[in-house]
Structures are given as C-alpha cells and as structure tokens.
Design a protein around this ligand. Structure first.
Ligand SMILES: [Zn+2]
Length: 304
C-alpha cells in the first residue's frame, strides 16, 4: 500500500520561521476555547547554532505508527529526548508553564497497543512525542508550546500526524476514538477523564449517551468495574463534572468530535501508582481490554 497517511498540510508560519502564529493551522479553532483563544504574537530566541533538524532526527523525536483500528493514541508528555541545537523553554509569562514528564506513559501506550494487537488482530495509531517537554509542549496552543524553530518543527510534526491519523480514521470508519494519554500525581490511585465535560465526545454521546463512557461496558465504566478509581466516579450523578484541572487540554480540544474533522477524544490522566514500578503493564492490559470491549459495543457501524 502507498504510505500516504502523512498528508502535507499548508502551514501558516512556514515562510516566517522566526514568528509564532497564534491558532492552529491544522484544524478549526476550538469553539470552547476560552483558555486557548488569546491571540498573542511572540518571537523566538535565536539558538546559538540555528542548525535545523534533519528529517531523520525529526522522525525520531515524534514517532508515528499507523494503525488499522479506529483508535488513535496520543502521548504528548512522556518523552525524554533532547532536541539538538535547542535551548530548553523558559516559559516567561506563561501561567500554565509545565516541564514535568508524564513518566511511563510511553511504555504504557506501547504495551497497550501490543495487547490490543493480541486481542483484536489490529493496531491502534500510536503518536508519541519523544522530545522532552522541556523543549516543547505539544498539548498547548502554538503560541505557548515552543520557543525555538527546532521545537516548532517537532510541534508541527506531532500535530500534522494527529490530524492525519484522525482524517484517515474518519475516512475509513466515519468516526473513532482518540485517547490522549497523560500521567498525574494528584490522585495517585485514580484515572481522570477529560472530555470538556462531554464536549469532545459529542458524537459518541449523541449516538450512545453516557453509557459509552460510564456504563458497564463503557470505557471508564469498565475500568471502574475492574477496581480502578475513576474521576469523575462513573456511578455518581455528577459524572459529567470532570476534575477542573484535568478536564481536557489542547489536544482533545482541537481534535474532539465537536470539531469538523476530529474523533471522539478522551484525555486520560493515569495516577502515578498505576504507572510506577512496572504497574503500567497491568494498567496497559486492563486499558486494552476496556478499549476492546468498547470497540465491540460502540464500534462505528458506518464503516466506509
Ligand atoms: Zn500530561
């Protein structure tokens, strides 16, 4: 087959490498985005060497495995690789500046994909930022994500890849699931769900209601039945009130099914106890089972 999944997209800033353009050039801006809508124009610091990344290095800093299932994994904060010829970000003036790594999320997503292949004889898409968050935060809008041309190149490859994966899944299946995988330490035993209180899974809710997320065979509902603590609690009447800090970031906001080109998008914030000391293996297995069950129950039927 032709490897045409990575679709070249016009990029507004390409002709002006020292300028950061606000807004995403890849998909329509989120309509909810009070947190992301501020238009600012910042300038890069000029790196000492200014040497651009080679295509091979760029492919190493954002790894992309095309899938055969209508499921896309995005892993934005697990990376630890240095971006060559690039200074770490300083984050001056940014209220939500973070450089902490979401440990073991790459291992967890990779293991989950392998488990799914065993269960389903198909693979999810796997898009991983291998670059350290010190240099670039792909879960932020462009104007708050990077401070150098090389980090911008990493950011663009990540978003072009997620956009292309969503497009491929939509073309083939009509809809699908985007799981944006993170780690948090605030609720160490829990998995926090982020969908902007349902907005980023609008299509799924229209078709199946909250059962697809919180019911017995729902994505989080299944995990809760396996003994996981989920936030919000799947059995509570306030199940659509997500933890404010984890209710969904830029990726699910940009690629959720409330947009024209997105998928049903869920940010999963995995507690540290469910990742550390090899526990990610068991979590990966249980998550793969949850996804397999979800596909069986809620698989898009209008396959193209
Ligand atoms: Zn994260």
């Amino acid at each position: 087959m032709l490897r045409h999944w990575l679709i070249p997209l016009a990029v507004a800033g390409a002709a002006f490498p020292n300028t950061v353009f606000s807004g995403t050039p890849y998909l329509p801006a989120p309509d909810s985005g009070q947190e992301y809508g501020s238009a600012t124009l910042s300038t890069f610091r000029v790196d000492e060497t200014g040497e651009p990344l080679t295509p091979a290095v760029l492919q190493r800093l954002v790894t992309v495995e095309p899938g055969t299932l209508p499921v896309v994994f995005s892993v934005p904060h697990g990376g630890s690789q240095v971006i060559p010829h690039t200074s770490p970000r300083r984050g001056l003036g940014l209220a939500d500046f973070q450089t902490v790594r979401d440990g073991w999320t790459i291992e967890l997503a990779t293991a989950c994909a392998a488990e799914m292949e065993g269960l389903l004889k198909g693979r999810p898409w796997l898009i991983i930022a291998q670059a350290d968050r010190q240099y670039v935060d792909v879960n932020r809008p462009p104007e708050r994500a990077y401070e150098s041309p090389n980090a911008q190149a990493v950011y663009r490859r990540y978003h072009q890849s997620v956009a292309a994966a969503c497009q491929q899944v939509r073309q083939r299946w009509g809809s699908g699931l985007l799981l944006d995988l993170h780690g948090q330490g605030e609720f160490p035993e829990a998995i926090c769900r982020g969908t902007l209180n349902g907005q980023t899974v609008r299509l799924l809710l229209d078709r199946h209601g909250w059962a697809a997320l919180t019911g017995k065979r729902g994505l989080l509902g299944y995990l809760q039945r396996q003994g996981y603590k989920t936030l919000p609690d799947c059995s509570a009447t306030t199940q659509n009130r997500e933890v404010p800090h984890y209710r969904g970031g830029y990726i699910v906001t940009t690629y959720g099914s409330h947009t024209d080109q997105g998928l049903d998008a869920v940010q999963l914030e995995i507690g540290i106890r469910l990742r550390e000391q090899g526990r990610w293996k068991e979590t990966a297995r249980d998550l793969a089972n949850a996804i397999a069950l979800w596909l069986e129950e809620f698989l898009p039927t209008n396959r193209h």
